[in-house]
Design a protein around this ligand. Structure first.
Ligand code: ATP
Length: 455
């Protein structure tokens, strides 16, 4: 059974060092979380899996890593300055502030009052001064999505790689949104990471690619351990589409607090490239351009050699949140088990490639020099395999070590005991996280065994 309540996850994450409330010693900074010693590993493993699938394993995608601080014109012509907002209301009775589109029957979600203010639009972007002069003009934004930096670099990437459609540009990194009501642990936060691909295609082939990307992304999430019964792709009805989108699938996941968006896959048409381009009359573009006075110097277009004309590609955008991904894999992996002896255990059944610690090496006696020396050597040898973090335990309490490693999802523990130093040939105990079965492996075969286990 996956986790059924957010409290189970919040408690495990704090207890074992996955995720902490930001600035908690000062009472907490709302909507911000920090990843701890194991959280950073899990998050990096998820991002590495995405990068591998989106960039390394494909022949049609390039990667970029662009600045977070964003030129105001980029977010003006993308439409964010005008439209990236949520409707906000205040309750005049309990003074709480909320998103107007989340109200039920027009009542305050905290106290049920209908005594609410008028709805106002609240822009979600963080504006910040850039440079030493605060003249009201020298400002930029913290990017609210990674996508725009990809669009404005379109020409740079095409010119430097000679790419032709269909091809994509991928980016992972921080995004910032001043959410009105951040909530549900790391589900809705003000600073988060996105994993975004902008996949450029010939106009007319976009709907076909939209379907392909939906399938590819569903498959990827399953490879991260999410089961299909907890995932639901939803085609957004026409009337609810974002202004730039012709069609969107949202991939919903059954989080502990409900079925909610994990990833969006939008057909963004030529909206962004067209809006960032100059002299649009030269191109065959749709009516999407919302401001005819675009002042960028780039034609974000491709030349069709056969037709002898310029065209602006359409874009399919699979856009996933790292924090929501982490929350989903934790939800799915969290398991409370009743053991045959009547005891209970919590085990995090993470996919091996996501596990923060791959192997825990546990010396049975930490004051035995021979045992410690072998344990150190094992750690060193296993690290050379490049499988990720191998940790050397020194708690001296094997039962506690197994329990801890079950809870943090370590796939195998290697125990160095007296048999290791006394018997011939030298061997160690391997304990499997999921089955709890133990068996012995000869020390000399250990690296091959571990390599095979993680391959
Ligand atoms: P929502 O409707 O939940 O606010 P959205 O539709 O605005 O999300 P997108 O703009 O499509 O989200 O962003 C792509 C992805 O980025 C989302 O699917 C989600 O995984 C992630 N994301 C967006 N906003 C947040 C946030 N405030 N906190 C954490 N992740 C977020």
């Amino acid at each position: 059974m996956p986790a059924t309540s957010m409290e189970q996850l919040v408690s495990l994450c704090k207890r074992r060092g996955f995720i902490f409330q930001n600035a908690d010693i000062y009472g907490g900074f709302q909507g911000l979380y920090d990843f701890g010693p194991l959280g950073v590993e899990l998050k990096n493993n998820l991002k590495a899996a995405w990068w591998r699938a989106m960039v390394y394993e494909r022949d049609d995608v390039e990667g970029v890593d662009c600045a977070i601080l964003t030129h105001r014109k980029v977010l003006h012509y993308s439409g964010h300055e005008d439209t990236f907002s949520d409707p906000m209301v205040d309750c005049k009775d309990c003074k709480c502030r909320m998103r107007a589109d989340t109200l039920k029957d027009g009542k305050c979600s905290e106290c049920g009052s209908t005594n609410l203010t008028e709805i106002r639009q609240f822009n979600l972007m963080f504006k910040t001064n850039v440079g030493p002069i605060d003249d009201g003009e020298s400002f930029g934004y913290l990017r609210p999505e990674t996508a725009q930096a990809i669009f404005v670099n379109f020409k740079n990437v095409v010119d430097s790689t000679s790419r032709k459609v269909p091809f994509g540009i991928a980016q992972m990194g921080k995004s910032f949104r001043n959410e009105i009501t951040p909530r549900n642990f790391i589900f809705r936060v003000r600073e988060f990471e996105q994993m975004e691909l902008e996949f450029f295609v010939e106009p007319g082939t976009d709907l076909e690619w939209h379907e392909k990307w939906k399938e590819a992304r569903l498959k990827w999430w399953q490879e991260q351990g999410l089961s299909m019964e907890n995932i639901k792709p939803v085609a957004i009805p026409k009337e609810d589409l974002a202004h730039y989108s012709k069609a969107t699938y949202d991939i919903y996941y059954k989080f502990p607090h409900g079925l909610e968006e994990l990833e969006g896959i939008a057909d963004r048409t030529d909206y962004d490239l067209a809006n960032h381009s100059k002299n649009q009359s030269e191109f065959k573009i749709s009516a999407h351009v919302h401001d005819k006075n675009v002042d960028s110097n780039s034609k974000l277009a491709l030349y069709d050699e056969e037709k002898k004309e310029w065209f602006i590609p359409f874009v399919i955008e699979p856009s996933a949140g790292v924090e929501r991904g982490v929350l989903a894999v934790l939800t799915e992996a969290y398991t409370e088990e009743k053991l045959e002896n009547g005891n209970e255990r919590i085990v995090l059944k993470l996919k091996k490639h996501l596990a923060p610690i791959k192997v825990a090496v546990i010396p049975l006696k930490r004051n035995n020099e021979q045992i410690m020396a072998i344990a150190h050597k094992i750690k060193k040898d296993l690290l050379k395999l490049g499988i990720g973090r191998v940790s050397l335990e020194d708690s001296g309490n094997i039962g506690k070590a197994y329990r801890r490693h079950d809870e943090v999802g370590t796939p195998i523990c290697v125990t160095v005991d007296f048999e290791t130093i006394e018997a011939e040939p030298a061997s160690v105990t391997i304990r499997d996280r999921d089955t709890m079965r133990q068996h012995r492996v000869n020390l000399i075969d250990l690296p091959d065994y571990v390599k095979e286990f993680f391959s």
